[in-house]
Structures are given as structure tokens and as C-alpha cells.
Design a protein. Structure first.
Length: 419
């Protein structure tokens, strides 16, 4: 089934304003919710946060009061939409459980995108970060067992394996090596644009989340782990945002954002299994269709350019679908765990000269305490072994197979390329 949002009629903008009682949605039941329903909710929230923040930045760079007022209306609706999806998270889900939801969602979202990316360079960018977010799930799962005494699989339900990825302590890179080459929006495949907008928004929200909740625990190991992972999420936003076309104008960008929101809700309205949540996505899709039309109108009015020229193929054909991707993740683990970034490209760590800035940066930030290593060490001490969920066999990287409490000692084996 395909869908062209420009050929549908949405909800008039005045009718999009909702009373508080509509926005104060009933949260999902954390015992019952499907992990991908949770992940879709988190992603929809990230998309709406992006819509709000993009609009604020655009308004701050706009002189014309009339345009500012139009943006303010659109943004008010985006802010309401954000409340409606963010309210799905129940208050009895702990901060760490929400974090596990973010981490699992990141893994299965990135695998979907990597597998649906037509451009090989962009696919490499997604596969590269996939292994890092996959590792975050493992670190947080160990923290969860250590401080809440529970198993992360109660949240992830066996859909995503939990074991080391590219170990977090090796993910820290000099900022010079986090900037990628941008795509050219006009030449890019429309799916590449949708993919990039999705991951930029998702990762920006993951970073916002870490920047906010990193101080919500008492335990030094928890505060340390959130601090360390937050800095990797900062790298990930730098990594992903650098692939966007920097020559896109504010108005083009506004159109692209609304078009992208249409894709997200068109996808989620098909994919969501909880009928109550599905209804929210259907409503939001009808809202975004009109928001897209208004954004196109603004672009016409100000830039005198046909918005359809920047949406060469406005029709969506592939819905964003969260699925179990264990064999794909295992394949990327087996072939790419030993990679790091050099300028805008990716190389095996073993090929770097010993004086490379990668080693200097890592030594500086890791200092004499690495929370992502210590959390596993402490959990081994408390529970006898590290928490893992390996449903499909031993770890594909021999150097990461043993449940050692200090992965760093094994990294020489990891970087020698997986067998
Ligand atoms: Fe929105
Ligand atoms: Fe992550
Ligand atoms: Fe990330
Ligand atoms: Fe929107």
C-alpha cells in the first residue's frame, strides 16, 4: 500500500487544538505493553520534540512577524501532540526501565533503517552506530539487575538479544572523527531522507533524555553510567545530523519535517497493535497532513518555489516497521565490532597508528574509572555473572564470548576482527 499525504485531506488547523483531558492520555500497562508499542511511543515523542524544537529555532531566525505567528500556531499543535504521545509512558515504569525501552528501540529502529537504506555510505553510518546502541542495552541491563534486582528481559521480552556490542569504553572518539559527509537532498533517494530525519530526531531525543534523567539515581555507578552514555549519545547526534543536507532552507526543512511526520504516523497507524494507541496515531496522521499542506503554503509564499520540487516522490511505499532483527545484528557484530571512525570514514582500530588521536581521547575521558566497565564488574560481583540474554547461540565475536568483568582486557582479541 502506498500513501501520498499531499493527496489527502487532513484536519483543519483550528480543529487540531485539544482540551487537556484529551492530552492527558491513559498510559500503557507496563506489564502488558508490547516492546515495540513502547518503542513506537518513544519514537513518536522524539519526532514531536524535534518538531517543536525545530520550529523554535526557525522562529528565532525569522524576521517576519506574520510567519512567526503561523509557526507559533503549528508549534502549539506539535507541542500538544508531544504531550499525547509522551503521556503513554506510565509513572510506575522506572527511569531505568524507560532507558531500557530507549535502548531496545534504538537497536531495532536502527536495524530497520540500515536494512532499508539504499545508499551504501549511509547504511555504513547506521550499522556503525547500531553496535554502539546495542552495547548500551547491555550496560543498562546490568545496571538494572544490579540496582533494581530485575532482569531486563522483562522489558525486552526476548525480541532483542542482550550482550556486549562495540564496548562503550571504545566508543569514545575525538569529535573530529564524528562528523560525516552530508547527503544532497535533491539527489538523495526519498527513503534516505526519511531515514536520516528519523534517526536524527530519535537520537536527539535520546540525548535530551540522558541530559535530563542522568541525575535521577543515587548510586554513583548509575550516575556515572548515564554520564558516560550521554556523551556517546552526543557523539551519535553529531554523527547523524552531519549527514543531513546543510543547504536545505528553513522553509524546505519545515516541509520535510511535516512530510516526515506524515510518514511516521502513516507507518505507526498500520503497525500499532494496541487499538487505543493506534487511534492516536491515526488522529495525528490526519493532523500532520494539514500541517504539511500549511508548510507547503508557507514555502510557496516566502520562497516562491514549488514544494513538490523538494519532495520529488512524496509517496510513501515502505512503512517504518519494528521487528526482531537478531540475525542481522549478529552479522554486523561479527563483521564490524572492531571498527572505529576516522574523519568521515570507518576503519578497523588495529589499522590506526599508536599516536592516533583516538587513543589520546579515550585515555583522557576513560581516566582511571570507566562506569560502563565497572557496572558489569559490580554486577558480576553481586550476582555471580554478568547479565546477558543470548537466545541464538554464543556471542558472534570470540573476544566478547566470555563473561569477564573487564571487557577491556579482551579488546585486543576483538580488534583482530571477528572470526
Ligand atoms: Fe507533529
Ligand atoms: Fe545508545
Ligand atoms: Fe545512540
Ligand atoms: Fe507536524
Amino acid at each position: 500500500m502506498s500513501f501520498n499525504p499531499l493527496q489527502h485531506k487532513g484536519i483543519a488547523i483550528e480543529d487540531q487544538l485539544r482540551p487537556w483531558s484529551d492530552l492527558n492520555v491513559e498510559p500503557y500497562d507496563k506489564e502488558q505493553v508490547h516492546p515495540y508499542s513502547r518503542a513506537r511511543g518513544l519514537l513518536a515523542n522524539g519526532i514531536e520534540v524535534e518538531a517543536v524544537m525545530f520550529s523554535h529555532h526557525m522562529a528565532r531566525n525569522t524576521l517576519d512577524g506574520e510567519i512567526k505567528r503561523k509557526l507559533a500556531w503549528l508549534r502549539r499543535i506539535e507541542a500538544q501532540q508531544q504531550k499525547a504521545v509522551n503521556g503513554l509512558i506510565p509513572g510506575d515504569e522506572s527511569t531505568l526501565e524507560v532507558t531500557l525501552g530507549y535502548a531496545q528501540g534504538a537497536v531495532d529502529l536502527t536495524t530497520f533503517i540500515a536494512q532499508n537504506e539504499p545508499d551504501p555510505y549511509l547504511k555504513q553510518i547506521y550499522d556503525f552506530a547500531l553496535l554502539e546502541d546495542f552495547d548500551h542495552l547491555y550496560r543498562y541491563a546490568n545496571l538494572y539487575q544490579l540496582i533494581e534486582g530485575k532482569k531486563a528481559d522483562a522489558v525486552c521480552r526476548g525480541l532483542t538479544e542482550i550482550m556486549p556490542g562495540r564496548p562503550a569504553c571504545f566508543e569514545h572518539r575525538d569529535p573530529n572523527d564524528d562528523v560525516r559527509r552530508p547527503m544532497t537532498a535533491l539527489a538523495a533517494h526519498p527513503q534516505s531522507i526519511l531515514n536520516a530525519l528519523t534517526l536524527v530526531a530519535a537520537k536527539q531525543q535520546t540525548l535530551n533524555f540522558h541530559m535530563t534523567v542522568g541525575n535521577r539515581h543515587r548510586e554513583p555507578i548509575a550516575r556515572g553510567l548515564y554520564t558516560e552514555i550521554a556523551l556517546i549519545e552526543e557523539q551519535h547526534v553529531t554523527h547523524y545530523e552531519s549527514i543531513l543536507d546543510p543547504t536545505t532552507s528553513w522553509f524546505q526543512n519545515l516541509v520535510l519535517h511535516q512530510w516526515h511526520e506524515c510518514w511516521i504516523y502513516w507507518s505507526f497507524a498500520q503497525e500499532e497493535i494496541d487499538p487505543r494507541i493506534k487511534q492516536i496515531y491515526e488522529t495525528h496522521l490526519a493532523m500532520e497532513i494539514e500541517q504539511l499542506r500549511l508548510a507547503c503554503e508557507l514555502m510557496w509564499a516566502v520562497e516562491k518555489r514549488d514544494p513538490e520540487t523538494i519532495l520529488p516522490v512524496p509517496t510513501f511505499t515502505v512503512p517504518l516497521s519494528l521487528r526482531e532483527n537478531k540475525s542481522y545484528v549478529r552479522h554486523i557484530l561479527a563483521t564490524q565490532t572492531d571498527l572505529t571512525a576516522k574523519h568521515a570514514d570507518f576503519v578497523p582500530v588495529a589499522t590506526l597508528p599508536s599516536g592516533d588521536r583516538y587513543f589520546a581521547y579515550r585515555r583522557r575521558v576513560n581516566g582511571d574509572w570507566v562506569p560502563s566497565e565497572d557496572v558489569v564488574r559490580q554486577n558480576v560481583k553481586a550476582n555471580g555473572k554478568a547479565y546477558r540474554l543470548e537466545t541464538d547461540g554464543p556471542h558472534p565475536v570470540p573476544g566478547l564470548r566470555t563473561r569477564r568483568d573487564n571487557q577491556e582486557t579482551d579488546y585486543a582479541r576483538v580488534t583482530k576482527r571477528a572470526a
